[in-house]
Design a protein around this ligand. Structure first.
Ligand code: FES
Length: 286
């Protein structure tokens, strides 16, 4: 028997925001009834571009209901840029934890959020920001789990065993026909992880005691690099020259056609918001 936190039990017994929104701005659906887990998430924005309401409908276990309920509560009042930074780990943390075997419920919540945001950008005819674009190659047909989800989860949680991937995503938990592919993905991701240079590159930086430099590095590492890494990308701090912060996108982000939007629309915005409004981010190409 698994141990559930008080919050999980509360959100399961008294789920918040259940239902649909007739005039939703974005709708995302993941999973399927046939798999035993399905989630539909929708949101509505207010005039300022913040999420005014979020609702969910799910066919799943108590943890799926609790994760979806908590996610809809977390979304209210956020801009889409802020919402995009909610990870499945954040959902689990807000619930005071989920049993390892139930982490896939929080992953499903994050996936539904991504799908709803992609739906929103496409309805608006806007470019989908880097990091939300998913390649939907289905690896596990029993549970309809994509390659993207499996790869991201292996990277995020540093998984090494098929059994762990099943706990976090459900992939591989049925007929086992996909085990070969999952094993291959684990090997692929670990080859990449072990070959990658560690951490941010720091060149031409002011003295370590410089408070603004410290804050810039902190936001880049904690808020930005962490989010990009869940999608196979990364960012390097190349230099800080006056008010200009020179960075380089690496990994999957390096070849992304939306890298300019990521730099100006997200990285620069985050640094201005958290460090100083006069900062300008300059992208250095490889
Ligand atoms: S295809 Fe993945 S368990 Fe059956």
């Amino acid at each position: 028997m698994w141990d559930y936190s008080e919050k999980v039990l509360d959100h399961f017994m008294n789920p918040r925001n259940v239902g649909a929104l007739d005039d939703a701005d974005g709708v995302g659906e993941v999973g399927s009834m046939a798999c035993g887990d399905a989630l539909r998430l929708c949101f509505k924005l207010d005039a300022d571009g913040r999420i005014a309401d979020a609702r969910f409908q799910t066919f799943g276990c108590g943890s799926a209901i609790a994760s979806s309920s908590m996610l809809t509560e977390m979304l209210k009042g956020l801009t889409l840029e802020q919402a995009a930074r909610i990870s499945n780990e954040d959902i689990a943390r807000e619930l005071d934890g989920l049993p390892r075997e139930k982490m896939h419920c929080s992953v499903m919540g994050r996936e539904a959020l991504e799908a709803a945001m992609i739906d929103y950008y496409r309805r608006q005819g806007r470019e989908v920001p880097c990091g939300l674009l998913v390649q939907d190659v289905e690896i596990c047909h029993c549970f309809q789990v994509s390659r993207e989800t499996i790869v991201k989860t292996i990277r995020q949680y540093r998984l090494r065993e098929i059994e762990d991937v099943t706990h976090y995503t459900k992939a591989g938990g049925g007929c086992t026909a996909c085990h070969h592919d999952i094993r291959h993905l684990i090997e692929e991701v670990w080859q990449e992880l072990e070959a990658a240079p560690a951490g941010l590159v720091q060149v031409e930086l002011p003295a370590a005691g410089d408070e603004r430099s410290r804050q810039i590095r902190e936001v880049l590492e904690n808020d930005i690099a962490r989010a990009l890494r869940t999608d196979g990308g990364d960012i390097e701090l190349v230099a800080i020259r006056g008010r200009r912060v020179h960075v380089k996108l690496t990994g999957a982000c390096a070849s992304c056609p939306s890298s300019g939007a990521t730099i100006k629309g997200w990285v620069e915005q985050q640094l201005r918001e958290h460090v100083s409004p006069d900062l300008e981010v300059v992208e250095e190409k490889s």
